[in-house]
Write a protein that binds this ligand. Structure first.
Ligand code: TYD
Length: 217
């Protein structure tokens, strides 16, 4: 779909440093005079944020994997229609903390749900919008889990943070496989010190969006 904005997604396992990366991407485009909208999944609109609560907050009843998958895509359909598409139509740089690749990695590789079902739901929910660039922040699961635990402190684990090491290994491998398959991805070594991570990201942005992508539309 040919909209004047730029759509960037940030992906990775827990503790990869996505928030810092997003702030760096937003600052880079801002310095090039672009209007930026930072958003997240699941979430990004009031209804999608309400669905997020269902997805992340542990309750007594188990959320079965198929329900989890469909709620992710229900939230995504709302997010695309209510925020991502309007932002891109207005010429903004929309930066999303996670998007469909998280469903491929977490629900597909992690939970083992059917890949063709995921692609069918993706086609419907994305409504013709696809990322111009996906930054995959990759790091060993152990390091990510330690960082996430330090960040969380005494706060309770959400439903995903309760998963075991082998689940996150499958998720990481799923992301890496996606990155191998498509030039839409840029692989970032997120185990490096923060300044190096920001330099890697800025190098990718400068190569893919000369002058902040003012002529991309
Ligand atoms: P969040 O608190 O945003 O975690 P993180 O800081 O790691 O991004 O919670 C989002 C969780 O939802 C995260 O564990 C990944 C998961 N998720 C999926 O499983 N599938 C998806 O499609 C999306 C968007 C997120």
């Amino acid at each position: 779909m040919n909209l004047p904005g730029i759509f960037i997604t940030i992906e990775g396992v827990e503790g990869a440093g996505k928030s810092t990366a997003i702030a760096g991407v937003a600052e880079w485009f801002g310095a090039h005079g672009r209007e930026v909208d930072c958003t997240r999944e699941p979430g990004g609109t009031p209804i999608a944020e309400a669905i997020r609560q269902l997805l992340l907050n542990p309750v007594e009843e188990d959320l079965v994997p198929l329900t989890e998958l469909m709620l992710m895509f229900a939230a995504r359909a709302q997010h695309v229609a209510g925020r991502i598409k309007p932002g891109l139509a207005a010429g903004k740089v929309v930066i999303s903390d996670r998007f469909t690749d998280s469903s491929r990695a977490y629900q597909g590789a992690g939970r083992g749900l059917d890949r063709s079902l995921i692609e069918t739901l993706a086609q419907a929910a994305e409504q013709g919008v696809s990322p111009d660039l996906t930054l995959l922040l990759d790091l060993p699961v152990d390091i990510g889990m330690k960082r996430a635990a330090a960040r969380r402190g005494a706060c309770a684990h959400d439903r995903f943070e309760r998963e075991r090491h082998d689940f996150f290994e499958r998720v990481r491998a799923g992301f890496l496989e996606l990155a191998r398959q498509s030039s839409r991805f840029a692989l970032i070594d997120a185990a490096a010190p923060i300044v190096d991570v920001q330099t890697q990201i800025q190098t990718v942005l400068a190569a893919r969006f000369p002058q902040g992508g003012v002529n991309c539309g």
